[in-house]
Design a protein around this ligand. Structure first.
Ligand SMILES: [Zn+2]
Length: 121
């Protein structure tokens, strides 16, 4: 056990956890998955992608359902918004991971800290 871990206790862990829980409430809309850029031709023979050989760049949101990869096309005017939702989801996942890690640490320390408190009486 390192020095840092020696100095933390359950009260400190709970404060940390409650702070993180408050952060959860501040997170806006979110969506899972990852954005993948796809270059394609639209099929229109009057379009620059046909005339100039410049492919369109568009985004798909890739996600998995029971291990099967799915994709949903993201309309151009929604790209920025979806990117923000996706970033929110990543933040959400980080916070959730940290809360669960903190709660496990609380569980781990519970008995030990109770004994320490008894010993002080
Ligand atoms: Zn085109």
């Amino acid at each position: 056990m390192n020095k840092y871990k020696m100095n933390i206790n359950i009260a400190w862990l709970k404060r940390k956890r409650d702070g993180l829980t408050k952060q959860l409430a501040g997170i806006g809309p979110f969506v899972d998955g990852s954005m993948a850029k796809v270059k394609r031709r639209c099929g229109n023979r009057n379009c620059k992608c046909y005339l100039k050989d410049e492919k369109h760049e568009s985004y798909y949101l890739m996600y998995k359902v029971k291990g099967v990869t799915k994709a949903v096309y993201i309309p151009v005017d929604l790209e920025d918004e979806v990117r923000e939702w996706n970033d929110n989801y990543k933040r959400l996942k980080k916070i959730i991971a940290e809360i669960t890690r903190t709660n496990k640490e609380i569980i781990r320390r519970h008995v030990k800290e109770k004994r320490l408190k008894k010993g002080r009486k």
